[in-house]
Design a protein around this ligand. Sequence first.
Ligand SMILES: Nc1ncnc2c1ncn2[C@@H]1O[C@H](COP(=O)(O)OP(=O)(O)O)[C@@H](O)[C@H]1O
Ligand SMILES: [Mg+2]
Length: 320
Amino acid sequence: MNDNPFSKQDDIVITRRKNPKGEYAHLNTSELLNAVKESAHSTHRADLDILLEIFLDRYNARQDELDKLNYELAQRVELEVQKSEANHKRFEQQAKMAAMGEMMDAVAHQWKQPLNALSMMGDLLVSDYESGDLTLESLKEMRQDMQVQIDHMVTTLREFRNFFRPKKKEETFGIKRSTQSVTLLVKDEFVKNNITLRIVPEHEILIYGNENEFKHLVLNIINNAKDAFNERNIEKREIILDFTKDKKFTYLTITDNAGGIPEHIINDIFKPEITTKPEGKGTGIGLYMSTQIAQKLGGILSVKNTHNGAMFELKVPHVI
Ligand SMILES: Nc1ncnc2c1ncn2[C@@H]1O[C@H](COP(=O)(O)OP(=O)(O)O)[C@@H](O)[C@H]1O
Ligand SMILES: [Mg+2]
């Protein structure tokens, strides 16, 4: 009599079959698991070793694949990071060039009038001399007038040079004074385009950051409004700059009545190279650069359409 419940198993002869590995190799994972279950209760228990080996082989193969994938992924990420850094540099460079182009245009416009005046005075001098009307008195007066024109040109040039050789440092500056200096730069150009630029607040609000960059941001936005006015032949053209503050933030809004941002790009306009302007005119870099500047100021730039135009808002924290 045999009381041992396990004794029955002793009767089972465990045999190793000739080439079961080949038999199992084509099975998929769940079939393999079934084979494990079956062989555990059969005389082929020795197959368990072989099955385990197959599992291990497959696991190792998978692991190798995974390692390879991980390695490739790491390389791809590295490459993408490099690419995006290169793109960022390229966009920055393009933005500088675009800003420079816009500035050069503005200089040219600002200088046109005084240059014309100077040229006219030169002609006048000659004709006064020829007609015998030239006195020392009138000559001195003319020289005074010429000096006024030249001073005007020098002032503009100085302002522009500040733009091109920006001070790197951050400082506390007044929004009103700063936006006034931008509007002064583009005054002639905007008058020529029939655009009224209005700075609403009487008071000054101070913010902190790189003032030249801030001026670029404002310039980008008002130049875009100018383009929109011209593209759409708007009659009464107005850009309003307003600023306020609450407990935590200062808000600068720049509102135009140029018809608004086209709906299909409004969600993307702060991305680089988004433009609706023809090649050579638009780069799509201006607003991208402006958001970067807003971030450097610790703030955010956003936009929405009003009933008849676009309204940009720069929100920055208070000077501590
Ligand atoms: N005030 C605005 N009114 C209407 N559309 C605007 C205005 N400002 C920007 N946009 C749109 O946003 C686009 C992107 O502007 P921006 O980044 O400055 O690039 P760019 O001026 O070179 O096109 C413009 O092409 C224009 O379609
Ligand atoms: Mg632009």
